[in-house]
Design a protein around this ligand. Sequence first.
Ligand code: COA
Length: 333
Amino acid sequence: MNATTRFCARIVGTGMYVPEKVLTNADLEKRIDTSDEWIRTRTGISERRIASKEESSSVLGLHAARAALKDAGLEASEVDMIIVCTSTPDVLFPATACFVQRELRASRAAAYDVSAVCSGFVYGLSIAEQYLKSGRYRHILVIGAEVNSRIVDWDDRSTCILFGDGAGAVVLRREEVAEPVGVLSTHIYSDGSLSELIHVPGGIGLNGFSGGAIDPKQYCIHMMGNQTFKVAVKRMSEVCREALAFNGMEVDAVSLVVPHQANQRIIDAVTEKLAIPAGKVYVNIHKYGNTSAASIPIALCEAREAGRIGEGDLVLLSVVGAGLTWGAALLRW
Ligand code: COA
């Protein structure tokens, strides 16, 4: 590296995978007291994908990772680190990332999971950014993979309509360039005092499995929808503004916003606050619902394949998730 160049962390490959099985709003109408009209107007969701019994987060993540590696033209043996962002890991341990590493035969990669729920991908991207910009590693695979259908209470109409399964992945490469490209900055935050807004109360560390029967509902998503909605809009718009200001950029410079796909009305409220026209926002929530950590990398992959992202474009990612966690990333493609 000479005095005029610097290390950048650039996305050079994207991939995604969603299970074949589609669960439509009409299907949900048969199980719970809801309607397609209610779900579409309150959330923007028409259908979501549901993993088969054999499809765990590592299986979905592996498909997405292979697609991203192919897109990047990279061998798995060249990957230095695999980060799987998930809140539905295959097992308590080892990390889901280790199963992906095994199947890819990524022989020299470190592998671990990041648990930041829906914010996971932006958290993972932030970690990758540091390792690449410091010069420590050359190639990092960041995967968001979720089987939310396994932790949804199918009797709870206020949550089961929202979530879906899927995986998305990106390959990041360290490059030496004169002008900053790739991940310009990431901004991640948390507020644990809001942990009960969205949570899965069951677990191992707090209650263990000894004594008493296990209540399956404790292993499902519990959510205060209204409060989550309000804080999501506030935090996502704040952190988007921060990412732009940090880079000395105005909102007009943004080519495409790729927000976390939690609720169409959250996306609309955030982009309205930021005065970003709807045409500059990538939305696929109608097809997949909220796929948590997989939502942004799936959307990124689709946006690229649809020609919505080109070289030199400024892309803004923003997210909120359980924890509460939230974050944004600004990318020069
Ligand atoms: N079908 C029909 N009615 C439903 C329903 C469903 N699937 N789910 C809830 N309702 C009912 C409620 O029971 C309530 O009825 P009531 O007025 O008789 O009590 C009514 O609809 C309004 O409920 P409310 O919770 O106020 O609706 P809402 O407009 O806030 O929409 C969410 C609910 C969950 C869609 C919305 O709050 C939301 O999306 N919040 C954010 C959640 C989120 O994105 N979480 C993940 C963040 S990463």
